[in-house]
Design a protein around this ligand. Structure first.
Ligand SMILES: Nc1ncnc2c1ncn2[C@@H]1O[C@H](COP(=O)(O)OP(=O)(O)OP(=O)(O)O)[C@@H](O)[C@H]1O
Length: 283
């Protein structure tokens, strides 16, 4: 991305995701108001910003787990607005989810199989289709084992997901997301709750995904991680993109420093401080 100017909404040479005018409000609060955002194919792009900036909401909107009030976006040139999460995933854009209570009561392998494409379920198929389904299940199981091996979880395949450590859960979330062989993977706080010993391993997996051609978009709070592995960083504050650029651009950006300083103050002051007077000027 040499030569791409570090300004909000800047066009990228080969964007995999292009979003325009994406807005979502909750009551009187505008959680997301992104004028234009492009994600370059084959990069690790970080989405950062103070608490409540709208990062999770934007993730939910783009991946079909929440509905926009306005806006449109394309992924691989295809319009995805209005599609639910499963259809978005089938189009090649998946996100990780924190393992919910229900999932922690399933084994590691069951978690993987649930994330497989074409979860039709045997019961609803006619008898003549069952062999097809079995063949597909066999293929899913094989893929799941390969992925568990890659993420060093194969030995745990029959254990309850709830028995895994924080870091192993993150690895399982990543492995689950890869069951559909996505071209873009979106990671929601991949380092949260991870033991420092596993951080390097997780970072290695994330860069490996990029190196094999996948696009990674991730939300994270750990600045060392963000600055260490991102090719590009997008900064949200109060729902708007207030800055984007390479790590060196972001580190030197006064608006970003201000937005984070605002968030770092007393929680009760946060709304009046975080980016209100600085967020508008770039839009
Ligand atoms: N379902 C909802 N109902 C009402 N308000 C919501 C809902 N989801 C998010 N919000 C609000 O929208 C704003 C953006 O929230 P969001 O969770 O997207 O921020 P975030 O940047 O992901 O924050 P964090 O870093 O703390 O996870 C917040 O003010 C939040 O309270």
């Amino acid at each position: 991305m040499a030569g791409v100017e570090p300004v909000p909404g800047v066009a990228k040479p080969d964007p995999i995701l292009v979003a325009t005018g994406v807005r979502r409000s909750f009551g009187g609060l505008t959680a997301v108001d992104v004028a234009h955002l492009e994600v370059q194919r084959g990069t690790i792009t970080a989405l950062i910003g103070p608490n409540g900036a709208g990062k999770s909401t934007l993730f939910n909107l783009l991946t079909g787990f929440d509905r926009v009030d306005a806006g449109r976006w394309t992924f691989e040139g295809r319009k995805l607005n209005g599609l639910g999460g499963h259809r978005v995933a089938r189009n090649g854009m998946v996100r990780t989810f924190q393992l919910t209570k229900a999932l922690t009561r399933l084994t590691v392998m069951e978690n993987m199989l649930l994330a497989a494409p074409g979860q039709t379920g045997e019961r609803i198929l006619g008898a003549f289709l069952r062999p097809v389904w079995r063949g597909q299940e066999e293929a899913n199981r094989e893929r799941a084992e390969q992925l568990l091996e890659r993420f060093k979880l194969l030995a745990k395949k029959d254990e309850m997901a709830g028995s895994l450590s924080g870091g192993q859960r993150k690895l399982l979330e990543m492995a689950r997301a890869l069951m559909v062989d996505p071209s873009m993977i979106m990671l929601d706080e991949p380092m949260a709750g991870v033991n420092p010993a596993l951080v390097q391993s997780l970072l290695g997996h994330i860069t490996a995904l990029r190196d094999e051609g996948k696009t990674v978009l991730f939300v994270e709070h750990d600045m060392d991680v963000i600055m260490g592995i991102s090719d590009w960083i997008v900064v949200l504050a109060e729902g708007k993109v207030i800055a984007e650029g390479r790590p060196s651009d972001i580190r030197a950006n006064q608006q970003v420093i201000d937005a984070y300083l605002g968030a770092g103050h007393d929680e009760s002051d946060q709304e009046s401080q975080a980016g209100t007077d600085s967020g508008e000027s770039h839009e």
